[in-house]
Design a protein around this ligand. Structure first.
Ligand SMILES: [Zn+2]
Ligand SMILES: [Zn+2]
Length: 200
């Protein structure tokens, strides 16, 4: 599919509706999730529960949640704060997985976009510049969607690093704030169980 077909597809529209806007980042997530799902399908590993590990918290992760069904709330979307465009998809039962990491220099940073983002933040952006920024975003999105996954990412099979299943345990009150807290998340401080919120 070329970019225009993808943009008009139901899958991409669902991603856009969930994310709230369309952008280059959403397109990166679309390409990564689609390639990851295709890989798992070839391995006959799609019918079981999937797990996604994402190494960024940028726009792309919303497309990954929509397309893979791995969501933050279900506990099968694991976030690692590495600041990398890295995405790993696992089949929980077989342990088969694949990691996609964006190739260096795949897309050069657009200086003008950065300048306009800064202006958006400090409120000095003009109406004409807003339109320019939107056009640059659409251009980038189209470029990404017209790129093959294997040109965008290094794609390698992964067999280790499967995360444990999300655990459900009983809550206990924190010794400081008294709020019920998952027991495994309480820390022991001078013999008392204290929640992480009270430790910061
Ligand atoms: Zn976005
Ligand atoms: Zn507390």
């Amino acid at each position: 599919m070329n970019a225009q077909d993808i943009i008009e597809s139901e899958d991409f529209k669902r991603c856009a509706a969930f994310h709230g806007h369309v952008c280059g980042g959403l397109a990166i997530g679309y390409v990564a999730a689609t390639a990851g799902l295709n890989w798992l399908e070839e391995q006959r590993a799609l019918d079981e529960e999937l797990v996604a590990i994402v190494e960024t918290d940028a726009c792309c992760v919303d497309a990954i949640q929509v397309l893979t069904g791995c969501t933050f709330g279900k506990g099968n979307l694991i976030y690692k704060d590495y600041g990398k465009m890295g995405f790993t998809f696992f089949n929980r039962r077989t342990g088969k997985g694949v990691r996609l990491i964006m190739k260096p220099d795949t897309f050069r940073v657009n200086e003008r976009q950065i300048e306009l983002f800064k202006k958006t933040r400090d409120g000095s952006i003009t109406e004409a510049e807003k339109e320019e920024l939107a056009a640059l975003g659409t251009q980038r999105m189209t470029e990404v969607l017209n790129t093959k996954a294997e040109d965008l990412f290094n794609i390698t099979p992964v067999t280790t690093g499967m995360p444990d299943k999300a655990r459900i345990d009983a809550s206990k009150p924190c010794a400081r704030c008294g709020e019920p807290t998952m027991a495994s998340k309480l820390e022991t401080v001078n013999g008392a169980l204290v929640c992480r919120g009270c430790l910061v």
